[in-house]
Design a binder for this molecule. Structure first.
Ligand code: ATP
Length: 364
């Protein structure tokens, strides 16, 4: 069992607040991802969990025991970094075995465990090679095998796929997901890649400037973002945000109007609308939730400014009275640049944010 709790954790480097009052629980055997832009405090948080960094205030708990001052080697964790950190002069076998030998594990056990870890990562055939004779993806597999062989309670992974090319990253994220299911251990994973976080995590912690913006399942983060920062950080192409005015017509009907568009709100959305909702709002609609060339009452008339065929999808940049938005449609939609088309925002998929604070105006 390995449950982790961070309680009002703060870390300052001089004037810089790297981690700002973070309180968080990682469930036993959960795959939890810390997601956010560069410099938001992900690595510092992970390093404090590992014991590699001291905190300024707050506490760290493993399974109900406070470990704030416990050194890393006594925390039963294994870390995997972006840079692999393999010993260049040692063969793969010895790289994987190193930690076990340091702990005086008997020789026969070392061999058994190294081979098992190598098999799990599908690198058995490489164990006699030196790191320089391996590709980036293979090196990262060795780094993972070195973590697995320790059989720790917790895996801490800091952007382990960032050095790999795009194609390999796609393969390795599936591998990591498989590994998590197979090992059945707690994983805390750091990334700035929103797609990675959506694909792999049980829950995502979105961070900004040292603080937590939202904690939720990938579905909650994507479909119920708590503010415009989370809404725009997660999703590609990003969500469209349009400034508008909200008008409640009655209990179950309302409208958001803005430059060149009128968006009807359905009763379900009206039910979720916060009672304190302001009139000045930002309407959010994801590219895939825009119907281009609609036969319904259109939300707007838009001019096609750019067509970007993506193979499986077609991205359209649409102009609504000088405001640019992005729509994602089927690849076989026949629309040319310069054409004016009616578009419809799916009223089940609308997001509404406070025009000033950017906080969601939808509840539940
Ligand atoms: P990245 O994705 O770029 O690695 P991050 O989200 O992991 O970023 P951190 O590395 O945790 O962010 O850094 C958080 C903040 O703390 C940044 O402003 C960074 O410059 C600062 N910081 C981190 N380590 C130190 C240090 N040792 N000394 C001074 N400032 C630091």
């Amino acid at each position: 069992m390995a449950k982790i709790r961070l309680d009002h954790l703060t870390k300052q480097f001089g004037d810089v607040v790297a981690v700002d009052d973070v309180t968080l629980e990682v469930a036993d055997r959960e795959f939890l991802t810390l997601l956010g832009p560069s410099g938001c405090g992900k690595t510092t948080t992970l390093n404090i969990i590992a014991g590699l960094e001291t905190r300024t205030s707050g506490t760290v708990w493993f399974d109900g025991d406070e470990v704030t001052h416990v050194p890393p080697e006594q925390r039963d964790i294994a870390m995997v970094f972006q840079t692999y950190a393999l010993y260049p002069h040692m063969k793969v076998f010895d790289n994987i075995a190193f930690g076990l030998r340091m702990r005086n594990v008997p020789k026969s056990d070392v061999e058994k465990r190294v081979l098992l870890a190598a098999r799990t990562m599908d690198i058995e055939h490489l164990i006699q090679r030196k790191p320089r004779e391996l590709s980036g993806g293979q090196r990262q597999r060795v780094a993972l095998a070195r973590a697995i062989v320790r059989d720790p309670k917790v895996f801490l992974l800091d952007e382990p796929l960032s050095n790999l090319d795009a194609q390999l990253r796609v393969i390795m994220r599936t591998e990591l997901k498989r590994l998590h299911a197979e090992l059945d251990k707690t994983f805390v994973y750091v990334t700035h890649d929103q797609a990675e976080s959506l694909i792999m995590s049980d829950r995502i912690v979105v961070m900004k400037a040292g603080g937590i913006q939202q904690v939720g399942t990938p579905d909650e983060i994507y479909n119920q973002p708590t503010n415009t920062f989370v809404a725009t950080f997660v999703g590609s192409p990003p969500i469209n945000l349009l400034e508008g005015n909200l008008k409640r017509i009655n209990e179950s009907t309302g409208q958001v109007t803005g430059a060149g568009f009128t968006c009807e709100m359905n009763p379900l959305l009206m039910k979720r609308l916060s009672h304190s909702a302001t009139t000045s709002v930002r309407l959010g609609i994801r590219p895939e939730d825009i119907e281009v060339g609609t036969v319904r009452t259109p939300t707007a008339q838009a001019t096609v400014a750019v067509r970007e065929p993506m193979g499986s999808d077609l991205y359209l940049t649409l102009d609504i009275q000088g405001r640019s938005i992005k729509a994602r449609t089927r690849p076989d939609v026949r629309i040319d640049r310069g054409e004016v088309v009616p578009i419809y925002f799916d009223s089940n998929k609308l997001h509404l944010f406070d025009g000033e604070t950017g906080r969601t105006l939808l509840e539940g």
